[in-house]
Design a binder for this molecule. Sequence first.
Ligand SMILES: *Cc1c(COP(=O)(O)O)cnc(C)c1O
Length: 407
Amino acid sequence: MYKVFDVAEIRKDFPILHQTIHGKPLVYFDNAATTQKPQSVIQALSDYYNEINANIHRGIHTLAERATAEYEATREISRQFINASSTEEIIFTRGTTEGINLVAATFGKSLKAGDEVLVTTMEHHSNIVPWQMLCEEKGATLKPIPINDAGEVILEEYEKLLSEKTKIVAIVYVSNSLGTINPVKQMIDMAHQHGATVLIDGAQASAHLEINVQDLDCDFYVFSSHKLYGPTGVGVLYGKKALLEAMPPYQGGGEMIKDVSFTRTTYNELPYKFEAGTPNIADTVAFKKALEYINEIGKPVISEYEHELLTYATESLQEINGLRIVGTAKEKISIVSFIVKGIHHQDIGIILDTQGIAVRTGHHCTQPLMNRFEIPGTSRASFAMYNTKEEIDKLVKGLHKVIKMFA
Ligand SMILES: *Cc1c(COP(=O)(O)O)cnc(C)c1O
């Protein structure tokens, strides 16, 4: 469809971008928190309720069959999106957070006192707290993998932490606060050499990088639809089939069973064993349109354009007196976190908003990471494929205004 990447054409597909905030054209730079949705996704939601709505899997009437086919079509395109070998390995969740909690609550049952779980210092709270809760319950220990001043994992330190006690390694593919792309393939390999099971938090990576779970050889991979131009309330948990088969169910209820009696219940086959109750059918169906949208343009094309934005933003922001970029890893996606000397991040966010510019400020759900850098938080501009260099110019201008106000 888009032979040459044309951002003006892309922008036409996102109705929300064409509005003013406080009288200024909206500049949406909060894509690491959630992305905006193309018209095709928005349309799919209303089409679903107008034409398809029925409960899935159990019905034999036409609408039930239609809804089931649409729901399962999203499973197939999700499988392709991360190159899993089978749809049995694709479990729908509410999002990344639920995916991690599911693994901690089921696979985690096998942990024993004295076992260790490793996470990086740059994890999102959702890839810390479920493991912390699990470790507390089991008498296991959660250990952070140190990072350097650029915001990169120190592989030598990671190697030192790995031992036969390491049962789970849970690592973020791309940091939502710094933009760092972690060398996950190498880290997975290192963990496997010690017999550990690896979960990859792909919440931030999946919109920007090509994902191939078979090549990575991760045991679990989780991501959220809403950071991928899809609706909120849907996520994917990938797990290797053998692991998923050995794991106990997560929640009990309808759909996840084969036979129920008061003496004994047998569970449904994969992936349904992990999908108790009526799922979020409408949003899951619309999520397919988001994946199709990305596929049509092509990840490599998107990544290349976003990298241009990253380079441009990094160079422009560095010029600003008193501004320091937090997170200067060699490998980054299009996220720039920064602090400005003498000005609180919250003030920066509020003043930029008056100019129509949406950035996120605070700890970005990564408090241990902020502690590592000894800062309370940052301002974060995160770019998506519909952002432009002109918008980055507006951010720079806006920041000059902020600095002038506080001078
Ligand atoms: C957003 C995010 C999460 C949490 O995702 P939810 O959709 O809120 O469940 C976890 N990890 C990273 C890196 C994120 O960016």
